[in-house]
Design a protein around this ligand. Structure first.
Ligand code: IFM
Length: 765
């Protein structure tokens, strides 16, 4: 075990209080230094817009609002630019701020920066999706007012949000006026010394677009040409004579419009105004009802129940897992034009980019809880397939597609290719997600329309990149970087090769299946992309001969051809303040050592561990745990899942908590940049895949549940090909229920089970 670097110390001491049986979460305060953390944790989104939980009265000007479709494109400035380097980067920048509220009492505007918040409580209700904040202010003149602000972002993907704000003078009567504030977009955060944040946009960013108009902000990004308009509609009287302890309440509806290559600012304003007006016509209460219905549907599939002893705070864990799922559900794109970014829509971290996180960690969770969203995420990748083909050509591959390591619009945005463009495993991640989605939904229509073509183009890349070695005949993939970003440009990364192997087999299988299911459609696609059956033969041959390095001396699978020969980094002797290593050591220093940033081989054994016996996995687990810094939040969940698999239950629990509480406890000290979506999704994977032992075996679900010592029982559910399967685990065994939908088949350990609609089966431990 590598306790020295384990993230268990919360940076945030302001704990979250749980209510309503684990369905509401509240933050009191917090201390001013934790304000950015609280804003992130309770950010609301709907895949098209994200709004941080900023305080309305203080609000505006610090980057609270993001739109999926609003991103800047700016040049990457290199001192030495070589051929094929990424030329520009996309940056999701904060847009015009409508979050602020001016309050005037007796005609004088209140300056809330001189007031003190005696009490602030934010409460997020996971069933209604409403964030409520109550603040009691002591004003500079000693009088007190109470503010209650409710907020929701409609989950249907509207580019807008709704608020209801009530202000009460405590113990005095007064004329009160409320004026919603609307500010131009603030400047995006610069990168400084932390590569996990944004870039310096220099001369880029928003500029006014069209004539200035009251109550409307219209701006255009100088680089991308994307324009954004924002406006508000109000319901209720904005001024009133309020009796002592009475209140004035208004509803504010903010609408945005975002248009690429806009030429007419008035058109943009009209769209924003219509969005705000639509929301206002519906009204806050009706929006809450709709929101509740959308969330009810999600929670029916995304069940998390934990029966825990008090010491383990079972309820707290369940609520945290639900919060993580809530973020995942609300952040993912619904329209096929965007997906789920590493930070969702909650902050400026990683420039709002999409990485492999989306397909390996997030999508499998949504495929079994909100499959229509998973489909939309794959549709986004399909929409950027041409950019992936262009990217492959830029890297001198004469066939196939290589998805960008990090991107918004599809172009490669990574300026540091050793831990960027060299991470070819992103192609396998997308293929894996297609395969998982297909198995979970049986949506052959998706394969016909998009999936098969994506698989073909991405499979071709492995053939362009790798080769059968003359001496051994093995298919080798050289000069790539695996998930571990402290080891770069190596040969035969086990994870990459294993995933590529599965990818090549999947592509061959899907092409056959689609050709049989939709011969005409497939004939058209095949002709358009120049596919020939000889390609599938080559894919299968490459998969069969794939090199998967193994160390005979240590009797473990090797991360790559050279990793195990390098000197080990002294993790235990590295001072705690030198983590994450990436902020303190030159990358080349790290590359020369046997030290992993994150799960690499271990993730390979989770996703591609079929046919590898438990003892061999256990030896690998022990070795790689001892050389992993866990400097990426993507690491802990894979370690937890493999630890469960190999019977290291204490370790499974420890890593589970590191992934589950990553943002709630700010374990990596940067939740203010945005939540860690992969780790949040990973917490459910560590729960259902780890403790529940879920895996795909020959295309069907299989479970091997274990019970963490701290709990009396737990339950989860998944949608599988239209059936809602619920699994409850306790010390005596597991109960499986087919809650609704057709008969469903799965394995419980080695036993094959089919449950008829409505059937329940209890199976021993
Ligand atoms: O995709 C990850 C990568 O694996 C590690 N660095 C952060 C990226 C975004 O989460």
């Amino acid at each position: 075990m590598n306790a020295k670097v384990e993230r268990t110390e919360p940076a945030s001491k302001s704990r979250i209080a749980i209510g309503d049986g684990g369905w509401t979460l509240s933050i009191d305060g917090p201390a001013p230094t934790q304000e950015r953390w609280a804003e992130t944790i309770f950010a609301l989104a709907n895949g098209a817009i994200g709004v941080r939980a900023s305080i309305d009265e203080l609000g505006g000007g610090d980057g609270s609002t993001f739109l999926t479709a609003a991103y800047e494109v700016s040049p990457i400035v290199y001192h030495e630019r070589f051929r094929g380097f990424a030329e520009t980067t996309d940056t999701r920048v904060p847009v015009a701020e409508a979050i602020g509220l001016d309050v005037a009492i007796g005609g004088s505007a209140i300056d809330f920066t001189t007031a003190s918040a005696e009490r602030t409580r934010r409460t997020l209700d996971l069933r209604s999706g409403v964030l409520t904040r109550e603040t009691r202010w002591r004003l500079a003149d000693g009088r007190r007012i109470a503010v209650r602000a409710e907020r929701l972002v409609p989950l249907d993907g509207t580019t807008g949000y709704a608020r209801r704000i009530a202000v009460s003078p405590i113990g005095f009567a007064a004329a009160i006026a409320l004026t919603p504030r609307l500010l131009p977009a603030p400047t995006a955060a610069g990168q400084a010394d932390d590569p996990r944040l944004g870039v310096n946009l220099h001369a880029h960013g928003f500029a006014p677009f069209g004539e200035l108009r009251p109550e409307m902000v219209v701006e255009k990004l100088r680089g991308s040409g994307i324009a954004v308009a924002a406006t508000q509609a109000i319901r209720g009287e904005t001024q009133a004579q309020v009796v002592a302890d009475g209140s004035i309440s208004i509803e504010i509806f903010t609408g945005y419009a975002v248009v690429a290559d806009a030429t007419d600012p008035n058109h943009l304003s009209d769209i924003a105004a219509a969005t705000a007006a639509d929301l206002a016509d519906t009204g806050f209460d009706a929006l809450v009802d709709r929101q509740r219905a959308a969330l009810d549907a999600f929670w029916r599939n995304a069940v998390v129940e934990i029966e825990g002893d008090e010491a383990a705070q079972g309820c707290e864990t369940a609520a945290t897992l639900r919060l993580n799922l809530f973020h995942l559900f609300q952040s993912a794109g619904r329209d096929g034009q965007g997906s789920a970014a590493a930070k969702g829509l909650t902050g400026q971290g990683y420039e709002g980019h999409y990485f492999w996180d989306t397909e390996v960690f997030m999508l499998p969770v949504l495929a079994v809880s909100a499959p229509e969203i998973a489909r939309a995420m794959l549709a986004y990748r399909y929409a950027t397939l041409d950019a992936a083909i262009a990217n492959a050509r830029a890297l001198n591959h004469d066939q196939g597609a290589l998805y960008a390591w990090r991107t918004i619009a599809g172009r490669e945005c990574s300026a540091h290719y050793p831990s960027g463009s060299a991470e070819y495993h992103i192609n396998a991640a997308i293929a894996y997600a297609i395969g998982f989605y297909d198995k979970a939904t049986g949506d052959t229509g998706f394969l016909v329309e998009m999936g098969a073509e994506m698989l073909v183009q991405t499979a071709r890349l492995w053939i362009a990149l790798g080769a059968h070695e003359a001496r051994t005949g093995q298919f080798c993939i050289r000069g790539v970087t695996g998930p571990d970003e402290y080891t770069a440009l190596i040969d035969n990364n086990w994870y990459t090769n294993r995933m590529a192997q599965a990818h090549l087999r999947l592509a061959a299988e899907v092409v056959d299946r689609v050709a049989a299911a939709a011969p005409d459609a497939w004939a058209n696609t095949a002709a358009r992309i120049g596919y020939t059956p000889a390609e599938a033969t080559a894919w299968t041959a490459a998969a069969d001969a794939m090199r998967l390095p193994y160390d005979e001396k240590l009797r473990i699978d090797a991360q790559d051809d050279s990793f195990l020969d390098k000197p080990r980094w002294d993790l235990a002797g590295t001072p705690a303040d030198k983590f994450p290593l990436l902020l303190h050591y030159h990358p080349m220093t790290l590359y020369r050592h046997q030290v992993a940033k994150q799960a690499d081989l271990v993730l390979g054994l989770v996703l591609g561990g079929d046919g590898i016996d438990r003892e061999r996995k256990r030896r690998a687990y022990d070795h790689y745990d001892s050389v992993t810094a866990h400097d990426s939040t993507l690491s802990a969940c894979s370690f937890s899942i493999l630890a469960s698999d190999v019977g290291r239950s204490d370790e499974a629990w420890r890593h589970f908590r590191s992934t589950a509480f990553v943002d709630v406890d700010d374990l990596h000290h940067n939740t203010d940049h945005g939540v860690h979506m992969a780790a949040m999704a990973g917490s459910w994977l560590a729960f259902a895949w780890g403790f529940g032992g879920f895996r795909l075996r020959e295309g069907a679900p299989s479970f091997a549940p274990t019970l963490p010592a701290a709990w009396r029982g737990y339950g989860f559910a998944m949608l599988w090909r239209g059936s809602r399967l619920r699994i409850d685990v306790d010390a005596g065994g597991a109960t499986y229920r087919n809650l609704d939908g057709p008969a469903v088949s799965f394995a419980h350990r080695d036993q094959n089970i089919t449950l008829a609609p409505g059937e329940t089966r209890r199976l021993g431990a």
